[in-house]
Ligand binder design. Structure first.
Ligand code: FES
Length: 104
């Protein structure tokens, strides 16, 4: 399996307390900055696939707009059933850009 880092977003385009949805090669990737921390997740909720970008942030929790499932952004875990997790992307911030690691 080949893995590579690709640039998907300029760091300056991600504001504190905001989400930014980017489609990259057909993948809906959601960038979030909360409390000075950056999170990069798959926008599709693991429950029924709704887009997290239409949801809300509550501290370090993201709430899905469809059925209000709450996920911890740091662990990815669904609060009521930690075995269910949202998908997080590995990333790095370099030269003012956010690079994410994609698995081929
Ligand atoms: S699709 Fe996200 S909580 Fe149901």
């Amino acid at each position: 399996m080949e893995e590579e880092f690709v640039v998907v977003l300029e760091e300056k385009d991600l504001q504190e307390g905001k989400m930014k949805l980017v489609s990259f090669e057909g993948l809906p990737i959601l960038f979030i900055k909360q409390q000075g921390k950056i999170f990069v997740i798959d926008n599709r909720c693991p429950h029924m696939g709704c887009g997290f970008s239409g949801g809300t942030l509550a501290g370090l929790v993201i709430v899905c707009p469809c059925h209000d499932w709450r996920f911890n952004l740091e662990t990815g875990e669904y609060e009521d059933e930690p075995l269910i997790k949202l998908k997080k992307f590995e990333f790095k911030v370099e030269s003012g850009k956010i690079w994410i690691k994609l698995e081929e």
